[in-house]
Design a protein around this ligand. Structure first.
Ligand code: GLO
Ligand code: MG
Ligand code: MG
Length: 416
């Protein structure tokens, strides 16, 4: 039998009822225990893209912060121009807006954890934030310094830099070494300003986090991966490399074909994992920014096992885009609560992985290895000594899937 058409007036109720039927949601109090931040731009995203018209109306920070608070997202992040029109940057209008934001945050018990400068969208960035024209570069410095001021004013601890259009469409028109030097100049200006303001305000300096993305909006990007960013931080171009680290984004690393977990491991080893944009998507495709865990839950579980094992507790920034099929109502009814809840669930499952006796015994056995060979240079004997233990790699992988699917708790499927 076909389902009868659902009148418009009943559609939201249907969505809400099915959401309830899904079960498994955490309370806002529980959600607030995690260092999860909701970006202004994620909730305000209207569904537009190069070939896509918006599907949702515009929405301001007042409503977004209030909705985040209701859901239990305790932190909020923003670009300067998400909330301040470009022409009002640095004016009294900015001060007035920042004042209003402070009040809305305080009224809702939400904190601003991170601020970021939009250096990619406006036409002034057509040649990137490190353009040949020194006027544009000075303007970039002004903008990042101003964002540092806003960050301190709002009580943020992190500043993120995604140098979107630091790259090119056509080859040979720029000298990459110049562009990189100039880009470093902007980061240095932000750090210098930060030291000054932090001193004035008696606050710690911000953690400055570079975010890489391999392509888009430009065809070729000068700092396409988190590893390139690490090399940039260590290049000698930065005057305060100790203040600068990474904000890797899960999908950005997947986009170039990297293994996000290995990227995070390299950032951890370098002591540079400052901030983490969480989302999901596909290898070698467009930056679709799907909600965390909807595409690669097993990989996400493994990512969180790594982070938990090495003491990284956040921030976890929900830098995803509610799909354009989701309505304005659905953004806060389904999209944000479910993204947060999948994250929390995967985080807690990661805890189970870490204490699972089978994984533990298998891992310990692999590390113990087989008996020492009489001749430590005898490759054949070494191979034989460890031969059977190595099967445990596949056993561990199987166990991880069992834990992800709840099979370790007795969930079974069989055809009787
Ligand atoms: C775009 C980026 C963008 C950054 C943001 C923070 O693909 O992920 O959302 O995270 O500009 O600087
Ligand atoms: Mg992205
Ligand atoms: Mg991002």
């Amino acid at each position: 039998m076909e389902t009868m058409p659902i009148p418009e007036s009943q559609q939201q109720a249907l969505v809400s009822r099915l959401m309830k039927s899904c079960g498994g949601s955490y309370t806002p109090q529980t959600r607030r225990k995690y260092f999860i931040s909701g970006p202004q731009w994620a909730a305000a995203y209207q569904g537009q893209a190069l070939f896509h018209a918006p599907t949702r109306p515009a929405i301001g920070f007042e409503e977004i912060i209030q909705k985040y608070a209701e859901i239990g997202i305790g932190y909020w992040t923003t670009h300067d121009t998400d909330v301040i029109p470009t022409e009002a940057i640095g004016t009294e209008v900015q001060a007035e807006i920042v004042g209003r934001i402070k009040k809305v945050l305080a009224d809702n018990g939400v904190e601003c954890s991170m601020v970021t400068t939009e250096t990619f969208h406006h036409a002034v960035w057509a040649a990137g934030p490190a353009a040949e024209a020194s006027g544009v570069r000075e303007y970039a410095k002004y903008r990042v310094r101003n964002t540092v001021d806003i960050g301190h004013e709002l009580g943020a601890s992190f500043a993120v830099y995604w140098p979107g259009s630091l790259g090119y469409y056509v080859q040979g028109a720029i000298d990459e070494t110049d562009s990189l030097r100039w880009y470093a100049g902007a980061i240095n200006a932000a750090c210098d300003r930060d030291i000054e303001v932090a001193k004035q305000k008696g606050r710690p300096t911000l953690k400055h986090c570079l975010e890489a993305k391999p392509f888009e909006p430009q065809a070729e990007i000068l700092l396409p991966t988190s590893d390139a960013m690490l090399a940039f931080i260590a290049s000698g171009l930065l005057t305060h490399p100790e203040m600068v680290g990474l904000n890797p984004e899960y999908l950005h690393e997947l986009m170039w074909g990297g293994a996000p977990r290995a990227v995070l491991a390299r950032a951890l080893l370098a002591g540079k994992l400052f901030h983490f944009d969480i989302n999901d998507g596909y290898r070698l495709k467009h930056d679709v920014d799907i909600g965390v865990g909807l595409v690669n839950p097993l990989d996400w579980l493994n990512v969180l096992v790594l982070l938990r094992s090495h003491g990284y507790q956040g921030p976890f920034n929900l830098d995803y885009k509610p799909p354009r099929t989701t309505s304005a109502f659905g953004v806060f009814e389904v999209s944000f609560p479910t993204a947060v809840d999948r994250f929390i669930t995967l985080w807690e499952i990661a805890g189970e992985v870490m204490t699972d006796p089978i994984i533990k015994e298998a891992t310990d056995a692999l590390k113990a290895g087989g008996p020492a060979a009489a001749d430590p240079h005898d490759a054949e004997a070494l191979t034989k000594a460890n031969r059977e233990l190595l099967t445990l790699h596949e056993l561990i992988a199987h166990r991880l899937v069992q834990i992800l699917l709840g099979l370790h708790r007795g969930r079974v499927f069989s055809i009787v």
